[in-house]
Design a protein around this ligand. Structure first.
Ligand code: PLP
Length: 360
């Protein structure tokens, strides 16, 4: 329930990782359980060959909470699938095949998405693409040099890098990318798979920077609170090409019921606001702990670097304090992505535990 989970022995754990930012509204929320149960009793699935009004309801609610009213929503089943479709649409519209992503990025494990992920171990020979590039986060000149080759279809960037260790792009850099995308007529794809859905205290992390309207926005993880659902938000330039998209399972009745329940709870329980307030409080408390050398993030998307390897510390947190946390690509980093409904007492128990471990 909420931020608590139990193992098969009945041992209780505090979940400050939310299964990689998936658990947005908390585990087993009664409204979510009821919505899905009612839907499966009524109709669990029918294909997209019929109109599914739940999809429109979900799109409307998403537009309302994100304040992005001019985008069309295409529903898929995962984050990687959302990114594949985003890349495909950018390529269709620009008629180019090159893409730029950033060092430290993670965009998924499927063909195109993995080729734009900064982890060579995951890239099979059949995934490698010659015109896909990884540029350092913040290097606008590097991006512009590639754009000037006139071969690039799009730029993809995470709202905040998650797997890369909670790296928040500089606001000026994001704005610069947006302006370069306009100047060179390439598509800007904001991957909000991990950083979206209120987690950072804004609905989308890129909304921390005024005046950026990405061409495409990808979402998943917190969208279904564990029910597999993802989505692609398409700006007006793509509306004529919407018919090129298709899927069997994407936007099925159950996924939409789960997605609607999540948005209803984010709204009614003011979870985005909770993430904003408690995230700031937690980051302040963590900064004061001896042994913590850096704390960064927004809302409840937090990375902290220790003065030692994080692995053994995370093991003690689980074994002795029964607290789950996440790792990141850096060895000394702990990643926190708790349910947005977590309370201060729960977060404070982590602060106390970490202080004790680092002092011992
Ligand atoms: N994009 C980001 C930023 C992610 O963090 C992830 C997963 O960790 C993905 C895309 C891929 O999502 P999925 O695992 O649902 O395919």
């Amino acid at each position: 329930m909420g931020s608590l989970i139990w193992d098969d022995q009945g041992q209780e754990y505090l979940d400050l990782y939310g299964g990689h930012a998936v658990i947005s509204i908390g585990h087993s929320h009664p409204h979510y359980v009821q919505r899905i149960t009612e839907q499966v009793n009524q109709l669990g699935f029918y294909s997209n060959s019929i109109q599914i009004p739940l999809q429109q309801q979900l799109a409307n609610k998403l537009a309302e909470l994100s304040c992005l009213h001019s985008y069309q929503l295409f529903l898929v089943n995962s984050g990687a699938e959302a990114n594949e479709n985003a890349m495909k649409m950018a390529s269709f519209v620009t008629k180019k095949s090159g893409f730029i992503a950033f060092k430290g990025s993670f965009h998924g494990r499927t063909s195109g998405a993995v080729a734009l992920t900064d982890n060579p171990k995951l890239i099979a020979p059949c995934n490698a693409r010659e015109d896909f590039y990884l540029v350092s986060l913040g290097d606008l000149a590097g991006v512009e040099a590639l754009l000037s080759t006139n071969t690039i279809a799009g730029i993809i960037i995470e709202g905040i890098q998650g797997v890369g260790g909670i790296q928040v792009p500089n606001p000026g850099f994001l704005l610069g990318l947006y302006q370069l995308a306009i100047k060179y007529e390439v598509k800007l794809i904001l991957d909000e798979v991990q950083s979206g859905y209120g987690r950072t205290g804004r609905f989308f992390a890129h909304q921390w920077v005024e005046g950026i309207y990405p061409d495409l926005i990808t979402i998943a993880k917190g969208m279904g609170n564990g029910f597999p659902i993802g989505g692609l938000l398409l700006s007006a330039d793509f509306h004529a090409s919407y018919g090129l998209l298709g899927t069997t399972f994407g936007g099925n009745h159950l996924a939409c019921a789960a997605g609607l329940a999540v948005l209803e709870i984010i709204e009614s329980e003011r979870l985005q606001q909770n993430a904003l307030v408690l995230g700031e409080q937690l980051m302040d408390a963590l900064k004061d702990i001896p042994g913590v050398v850096d704390v960064r993030g927004k809302g409840l998307m937090i990375g902290l670097d220790l003065d030692r390897d994080a692995g053994p510390v995370r093991s003690i947190l689980i074994d002795q304090y029964k607290i789950f946390t996440g790792s990141a690509s850096g060895k000394t980093t702990i990643r926190l992505l708790p349910p947005l409904s977590v309370d201060w007492n729960q977060l404070h128990s982590f602060v106390v535990a970490l202080k004790e471990i680092l002092a011992s």
